[in-house]
Design a protein around this ligand. Sequence first.
Ligand code: TPP
Length: 531
Amino acid sequence: MPTVRDASFDLFRAQGMTTIFGNPGSTELPMLADFPGDFRYVLGLQEAVVVGMADGFAQASGRPTIANLHTAPGVGNAMGAISTAQANHSPVVVTAGQQVRAQMTMEALLTNREATGMVQPLVKWAYEPPRAEDVPLALTRSIHMASLPPRGPVFVSIPMDDWEVEVEEGAGEALKRGVEGRAVASPDSVTRLAAQLDEASNPVLVVGPDVDAGGGWDTAVALAERQRLPVWAPPAPGSGRIGFPESHPNFRGVLPPAIGPVAQTLEGHDLILVAGSSVFPYYPHIPGPLLPEGANLVAITSDPDEAARAPMGHAILADVGLTLKALLGAVPESSRPAPEPSPGPTEIPPADPLDSSTVHTVLAEVFPEDGIVVVESPASTLALRNQLRVSRPGGYYVSSGGGLGFGLAAAVGVQLAQPDRPVVCVLGEGSAQYAITGFWSAVAYEAPVTFLVLHNSEYAILKWFAEVEEVTGAPGLDLPGLDVAAVAAGYGVESRRATGRDEVADALARALASSKPQLIEVPVAPGMSLF
Ligand SMILES: Cc1ncc(C[n+]2csc(CCOP(=O)(O)OP(=O)(O)O)c2C)c(N)n1
């Protein structure tokens, strides 16, 4: 009979999971023995980076992706990144080594004493198989759990002496299984929603990250056009992908991230249709009415938790892309007047020294049509959205959970999953530190990411929050003396500093044309950039 290792790698192969992200320790080496030639192992130098790269790869490939970690301390290092993968609805299959079964009860060195409990709230399913023979079935189950809606990370702990054990007869059957989970809303609810939409006098559409993840981009555009809907993106900090072209004339902008301001922004609309977003990823607590006076809200989501926890409105639990398609087929061409054309990017007056908004106008000029931007630049995310107007599916990734350390690592994973699309990773110099070793993986695996680091020598967003929260005298908000270009060069990334518009434009164009990772660090004025 095949060993657990052979059966598991056959499973990974059958599921198209031949790229494995990992950081190995002694407890993982037995899994990696005689590593098959048709697999690619992508080494991350710290576990948070391993999971961040796997998250980016999983989202950009649309496929479940393995992140193999080192027993308790390795899983511990990765917890923030696993929580981000959960917020991102990213199907990351986290596996970790464990002490041999004979030494677990005596808790020999490197035993993860409560492997499943450790990650429990951050994953859809956490498991340590009771017998070695069960490992391949546990991995099969974990892959299906990660891939079924709502997608998300799972965890399997595998004792290191399991890999050589032979599986039982018939074990192969389970490994061949497929599981499908995209379910459209019932015909009744589609008909009701279609009538509600068509009869509304001033409806509006809010298009969230799961529209992109679920392949609903074109349908959302067609629905907005047929029903003459103005379109908003959900609040930026909790919304990891863009589901609607931001250069489209119907696109109005990004909703503000607080209760009162959202209702104010949507004032005058009688129906708010939300697709593929939680309702809503608010952050600062600015109280107010949840909805404008007299408005109804209907949300389509594939996440039962999102559906249940919303503080207002009605929710339809179903595949977002398929349900939008059914809705599109059920509504007529509307005779409402077309929404006011989008105001387009805000004009930015020349700034010396450069500010982040100006840098984003330069980025917009050189950004390739099929480019992908991965963003972790908290004080300039809105300016980037305003200037860049991302308008291709799979073109934008940001951490949905608000945790830093995603951007740099995810950009490497996204680039490995999409080798033919240019990837630009925009980082604050503070954010870059949370996944700094990702530079090494970009070089080692020849991921030609263009890293654009906006260096303002501070945690600008936290200074802004301090004002909102009326906090004065907080320490730890300044970042003097960092040199990201020098650190990246130490990892082998070709790095330069650029000041002035033309120098930045030239450096970006050269980096985008390069087949190697490149970094451009730009000193920018402190403070928030909103446009
Ligand atoms: C894991 C984690 N730790 C801390 C924070 C808090 N935090 C949010 S934004 C921020 C500052 C980021 O600084 P930088 O990347 O330089 O961006 P800027 O605010 O200057 O645009 C920090 C520390 C966080 N979001 N996640």
